[in-house]
Design a protein around this ligand. Structure first.
Ligand SMILES: [Zn+2]
Length: 255
């Protein structure tokens, strides 16, 4: 697992699996952990990474309700989880989903976990809106289209955008079940002014981006979505795995 400091108050860790990112953000005596790494050893070491840097994690955020972003309670078992209302509802409607999909993944990849995941639902956050942390406030923006739910987090004093599963350098735009091209494009438009101001953009999967690179991916992703179903894959993301995602996007769009 990689850990990178973007600002005295922002640390990003990147999982060895799917390059899933988790972002620790702090103000004063309070820190939140946004999303989560995937593998058990990464989750085990995360509290030490936070503590060594002086981040006292009091809460968890999820950018959206996909299981691989919801494992933070392995690292911080007492921390409450906050998410967009759309995500909280999605979790409530199918409460065992995260555990079920995690188990399928674990069986497939021979991953063993120390205990079952206890995840008693999410508290709905004001999206769009603000949530206070220490002496500062985080800005929450709706981010739907990849799935039916989600939010992006703007950290104003650090100029960091944590955008969930958008603007990934390793994954093309993915229309998951519940996703929508129109809402995905609307989210890209909403994120655009934030990308322009950002010192760093943290995608849900892949390396941290500067504003220039994030803007380039933003352009590619918009062009890809607008050209569906006949879209060409962005040059740097033309792998077998991305071709499979593309085929699923085409199917989703037709249905
Ligand atoms: Zn994801």
């Amino acid at each position: 697992m990689r850990a990178v400091g973007l600002h005295p108050d922002v640390i990003v860790v990147t999982s060895r699996f799917w390059q899933t990112t988790a972002t620790l953000v702090r103000s004063g005596e309070e820190a939140f952990c946004i999303d989560s790494p995937v593998l058990p050893d990464e989750l085990e070491i995360l509290p030490a990474v936070a503590e060594q840097a002086g981040f006292k994690v009091v809460g968890l955020f999820a950018t959206h309700g996909d299981w691989d972003h919801l494992l933070g309670r392995y690292a911080f078992p007492d921390a409450p989880l906050g998410a967009a209302e759309s995500t909280a509802l999605r979790m409530r409607d199918d409460p065992g989903r995260t555990q079920r999909l995690m188990r399928e993944f674990d069986e497939e990849h021979y991953v063993e976990r120390p205990r079952p995941l206890s995840l008693p639902g999410a508290q709905p956050l004001p999206v769009p809106g603000h949530v206070s942390i220490g002496e500062q406030e985080l800005e929450l923006h709706p981010a739907e289209g990849h799935t039916a739910d989600g939010m992006a987090v703007w950290i104003p004093w650090a100029s960091v955008l944590v955008c969930g599963d958008y603007l990934s350098p390793v994954e093309i735009p993915m229309l998951s079940p519940g996703g929508s091209r129109d809402r995905y494009l609307a989210t890209l438009s909403r994120l655009e002014p934030l990308v322009e101001q950002a010192a760093h953009v943290v995608p849900g999967h892949g390396t941290v981006l500067d504003a220039t690179r994030a803007a380039a991916i933003h352009r590619e992703d918009r062009a890809y979505l607008e050209a569906l179903p006949d879209a060409k894959l962005p040059l740097a993301r033309r792998t077998g795995a991305q071709k499979r995602i593309h085929a699923e996007n085409v199917e989703r769009l037709a249905s």
